[in-house]
Design a protein around this ligand. Structure first.
Ligand code: ZN
Ligand code: ZN
Length: 168
């Protein structure tokens, strides 16, 4: 059962910063030092292929808040919407951990499953729902098609209802 973020602040989980994550083999690690902007799921076919699963779970962060150790391998590709993005994966084991749109290098998207503790990464929105596997549409999570995905509105909603982040 997936629960949407609660509107009761008392129910909001508290997440200690920094948060850490990395690849399967341990060669590439990252540290997130500030609250992320948003967590969302994407049901596009590309995300299914790259994740090997039903959808991707992305954490939008400011690149400045992220420190990556190791030398991730960068691969460029074009998204279904026509944006050029750069994906970064571990050069040793190939785990895909983060990416960013070439036009907006100040923001990066972390793959939620690569966090050491991904329990707080609850999506507040889901996009490309029209191409979702029928069983994989997440109950209670706002649905958007790519043209109507309102990042600013979702970022505000995440800040208002998502976890609270505190520095250790
Ligand atoms: Zn690795
Ligand atoms: Zn996608």
């Amino acid at each position: 059962m997936v629960h949407p973020p609660s509107e009761n602040p008392m129910d909001r989980p508290t997440v200690r910063l920094p948060q850490h994550g990395g690849c399967l083999c341990g060669v590439t690690r990252y540290r997130l030092d500030a609250a992320p902007l948003l967590v969302y799921a994407c049901h596009c076919h590309d995300c299914r292929i790259r994740s090997g699963s039903a959808f991707s779970l992305s954490i939008l962060v400011r690149t400045a808040d992220l420190t990556v150790s190791g030398s991730p391998k960068a691969t460029r590709r074009t998204t279904p919407k026509g944006r050029e993005v750069e994906d970064n994966s571990c050069p040793a084991c190939g785990t895909y951990m983060l990416g960013h749109a070439v036009a907006t290098p100040d923001y990066a998207s972390l793959r939620a499953g690569t966090l050491d503790d991904a329990s707080w990464a609850i999506p507040i929105a889901q996009t490309w729902v029209s191409s979702a596997l029928p069983w994989a549409v997440i109950p209670g999570v706002a649905k958007f098609e790519p043209g109507s995905f309102d990042f600013a509105k979702m970022i505000d909603a995440w800040r208002a209802t998502g976890p609270t982040f505190e520095k250790a």
